[in-house]
Design a protein around this ligand. Structure first.
Ligand SMILES: C[S@@+](CC[C@H](N)C(=O)[O-])C[C@H]1O[C@@H](n2cnc3c(N)ncnc32)[C@H](O)[C@@H]1O
Length: 451
């Protein structure tokens, strides 16, 4: 890999880990500046692995430094953390990592720190065994997760916590959603095979394909023509669970970047309104709709202010894919572990509650709302829905049963990595017709297959 590519990787990592920027946005901004496609793949692999390993290898770096590096040397800090990640997690040869990291330091105008970088990495290699033992005494360094999140995982999922931690620290295989409006999965698998791209159908999610390796999406057959999208299998469950009949009026209240919006439209004709309060992210929904050749009413608007966007006609189906901790998708968004704080959770829970309360009156009697999060925290999921059911006598849960996961309260929880998919929670709530509201009734309706 060129010294320039290593510089790009370290700058990206310092943007993410020191300056709190989003990994996806940083890579989207920085990767186009790297000319060679192999260098781009390498930068991306280093940035993902170093973000995943930041809490461990930055702690190792602190053991090697006499005093922490000042913020103006964030690039050097990131370069060293990425070098430790390459040595320990990516198994790259020692001489290559040390020499190239020293060169990258010089190439980015930090020539004065070349000696420091060289000395730190050589000391790590000499004292590695002893330092690894010391690292394991620090719980965040050992499990590569912030302490508050580890505590919350243990509180909510004590029996499953080891598997959750392992999955959250593991790179997830890329997954595709086949656009069934334009092709079918068998045909698309043949097209992948003809293009030399190794892939498997997901065991039970009928639209999902698991790729063996990451690749540039432009290499995927028919990408520009909208034959497929990148989307984890768990997210692909939402459209089937929403179960919108043909021509139903559907609201997707928190739609950006539009993965689930597009999937709902691919499955059949519906009158769909997609909202997101973030105008930039709403633009990404537009791009996805255009590439997939789909249409719907798209608005940059706050779902909590229906007076500003609602035409007064009730919906048959509402998808509330609520803003959440994203604690179920650390495999694909490793920066969540660095950016999410314990103090964010009460505000997210309050926002979810407000969204449920505001959107419920917009649902037709007999219609249903699908609540979804990519969280594994019960306060955002089962407890949130159970609280809502306590306050609404006209809401009743429609049980969900899927081949993966477990019932939790009135919903269904999938934990990260189960059957190769992300952690997600779903709950389906049906609104009783007003003449049927006589206390809570339990409707037995289990979706048959997820096609
Ligand atoms: C989990 S993401 C949605 C992902 C999307 N459904 C998909 O499948 O691609 C949550 C989204 O909710 C949006 N959001 C948060 N609060 C909102 C509100 N009050 N009104 C509308 N959108 C909101 C955020 O901007 C964010 O894009």
């Amino acid at each position: 890999m060129s010294a320039n590519a290593r510089v790009v990787a370290a700058r990206a990592l310092s943007d993410i880990a020191v300056h709190d920027q989003s990994l996806r946005q940083v890579l989207a901004a920085r990767l186009p500046g790297v000319e060679d496609s192999r260098d781009r793949a390498f930068v991306s692999a280093i940035v993902y692995a170093s973000t995943r390993g930041w809490l461990r290898w930055n702690a190792a770096l602190q053991l090697l430094l006499v005093k922490p590096l000042p913020r103006k040397l964030a690039f050097v800090q990131a370069l060293l953390v990425s070098a430790l990640t390459q040595l320990e997690d990516l198994n790259i040869a020692q001489h290559a990592v040390v020499a190239a990291s020293v060169d990258a330091c010089g190439a980015f105008g930090h020539g004065a720190q070349r000696g420091l970088v060289n000395a730190i990495l050589r000391r790590w290699l000499r004292e590695r065994n002893e330092l690894l033992k010391r690292l394991d005494e620090n719980v965040e360094a050992r499990f590569r997760l912030p302490e508050w999140l580890l505590q919350a995982m243990r509180r909510d999922w004590s029996g499953e916590v080891d598997a959750i931690i392992a999955a959250s620290n593991h790179e997830a295989s890329p997954m595709l959603r086949v656009n069934i409006a334009r092709t079918d999965r068998t045909q698309y698998l043949l097209a992948l095979d003809a293009a030399g791209i190794r892939a498997q159908p997901h065991r039970w999610i009928s639209s999902a394909i698991v790729l063996e390796h990451s690749l540039d999406v432009a290499q995927l057959p028919g990408w520009a023509d909208g034959l497929c999208s990148m989307q984890d299998g768990a997210a692909q469950l939402a459209a089937a669970l929403l179960d919108a009949p043909p021509n139903a009026r559907v609201l997707d209240a928190c739609a950006a970047p539009g993965g689930k919006t597009c999937h709902i439209l691919e499955r059949g004709p519906v009158a769909l309104t997609a909202l997101d309060r973030d105008p930039q992210r709403t633009e990404r929904v537009r791009e996805n709709l255009d590439r997939l050749r789909l249409t719907c009413e798209l608005r940059a608007a706050d779902a909590l202010q229906p007076d500003a966007w609602w035409d007064g006609r009730m919906y048959d189906r509402i998808l509330l894919d609520a803003p959440c901790s994203a604690s179920g998708i650390l495999r694909r968004q490793p920066d969540v572990r660095l950016h999410r704080r314990a103090s964010d959770i009460p505000e997210l829970v309050a926002q979810q509650k407000r969204l449920l309360r505001t959107l419920w009156p917009l649902l037709k009697p007999g219609g249903s709302l699908l609540y979804a999060t990519c969280s594994l925290l019960r306060e955002e999921n089962a407890q949130q829905i159970d609280g809502f059911l306590q306050e609404r006598t006209d809401a009743e849960p429609i049980p969900i049963k899927l081949p993966t996961g477990r019932e939790d309260g009135a919903g269904w929880q999938i934990l990260p990595g189960e059957d190769g998919i992300d952690g997600m929670f779903f709950a389906r709530l049906r609104k009783q017709a007003s003449d049927l509201v006589r206390g809570r009734r339990h409707i037995e309706h289990v979706p048959g297959t997820l096609n």
